[in-house]
Ligand binder design. Structure first.
Ligand SMILES: *Cc1c(COP(=O)(O)O)cnc(C)c1O
Length: 356
């Protein structure tokens, strides 16, 4: 026996990504992982009901052909400019395999989706965090200087956990001037007023990733998509798992994408609840970051996010809290069903009254 670890040093040293809790508590109001409160499209139920289980004998299409064809048409790309993943986390994994290495650093925003840091660790790739401006979490003016030397720049737009978006004009300039791959993580773009698909069509160094987990209410299914130039997407096909999207997911995902009327209706409801939640929290003295997503990032009047989080948890309302100097003042609240938001607001109002 030797004392050396069996693990690569990068893996030995890392802690591993910690997903949001999925507790089994009864009557819990669960607003912690940005799941959609409404069911998926009824077309999804139709596929499930009519699916012949005998098909499962066969391997699925390795490149999810029909699904990607549907996505290509929907988003205005060619078939070979689209790739599907087992959730957009899988898309991110492929991108990190392709574009990051010990000598190919990642640049990403701070705060942002913490999975990027874990994926960089697996690749033993250095990370260049680009701190967002304090107060409004806007992009720093010198972003391109700070990202200099990175091979992959991820811009989460709208950003998580802060919920805000960034001006599209600035994105165009970044794509034109950044000397590497720009990946827009658009997990929440369906809830926003615009997106960067046009930049993925225009620039050959740009990828947009999407997920069906949030706006399509399919977090349990695991389906993500990426669109970009043929050269970038072709490279990603080389590093993906052979059958990364299972057969049922291919059928269901296609049906969900084809029901755009349902998506629009669902998104409109969530945006309306988001407006109400934002206004009510502001009325109660919260500092609320304007949201382009299906969650709001809000700081209670005393800016003690941890204490507010704990109080809500005791009342069986689960939200997300990120400790730390800038994020610790806030909690991230997923936009739930109307009744869940009512309950949250009521509990919050009582909490603030008791602390007066
Ligand atoms: C939820 C989320 C994802 C992951 O989505 P999946 O498709 O469920 O893997 C990716 N990026 C961001 C910013 C997210 O919030």
């Amino acid at each position: 026996m030797n004392n050396n670890s069996y693990f690569r040093s990068a893996v030995e040293a890392m802690a591993g990504y910690v997903p949001g809790e999925q507790p089994k508590m009864a009557n819990l109001i669960k607003l912690n992982t940005n799941e959609n409160p409404y069911p998926p499209s009824p077309k999804v139920a139709e596929v499930l009901q009519s699916f012949d289980y005998e098909h499962l004998r066969r391997y699925p299409s390795p490149r999810a052909d029909d699904l990607c064809e549907t996505a290509a048409r929907l988003y205005g790309f060619k078939r070979d400019e689209v790739i599907a993943g087992n959730g957009s986390d899988d898309i991110l994994t492929m991108a990190f395999r392709c574009f990051t290495a010990p000598d190919r650093p990642l640049a990403c925003l701070m705060p942002t989706y913490s999975l990027y840091f874990s994926l960089a660790e697996i690749q033993a790739a250095p990370v260049m965090p680009i701190r967002l401006n304090s107060g409004d979490f806007s992009l720093p003016a010198d972003l391109l200087d700070r990202a200099k030397g990175a091979n992959l720049l991820i811009i989460t737009r709208p950003n998580a956990p802060t919920g805000n978006t960034f001006c599209h004009r600035a994105m165009t300039e970044i794509c034109g001037r950044f000397n590497g791959v720009v990946l827009f993580d658009e997990a929440y773009a369906d809830f926003a007023d615009d997106n960067c698909l046009d930049l993925a069509r225009e620039f050959d160094n740009v990828i947009v990733s999407r997920t069906l987990s949030k706006s399509y209410s399919l977090a349990g299914l695991r389906l993500g998509l990426a669109m970009g130039s043929r050269r970038l997407i072709e490279g990603m096909y080389k590093v993906k798992d052979s059958y990364n999207v299972d057969m049922l997911t291919q059928f269901i995902g296609q049906a969900a994408l084809q029901d755009q009327a349902y998506l629009r209706q669902n998104v409109a409801k969530i945006r309306a609840t988001r407006t109400r939640l934002t206004a009510e929290l502001a009325r109660l003295g919260f500092d609320v970051v304007p949201s382009s997503t299906n969650f709001v990032f809000a700081a209670p009047p005393d800016r003690d996010g941890g204490r507010f989080f704990k109080m809500l948890r005791e009342q069986a309302i689960l939200v997300r809290y990120f400790s730390g100097e800038t994020t610790g003042a806030y909690v991230r609240i997923s936009v739930g069903a109307e009744a869940d938001v009512d309950r949250l607001l009521k509990v919050t109002e009582l909490y603030l009254q008791m602390r007066k």
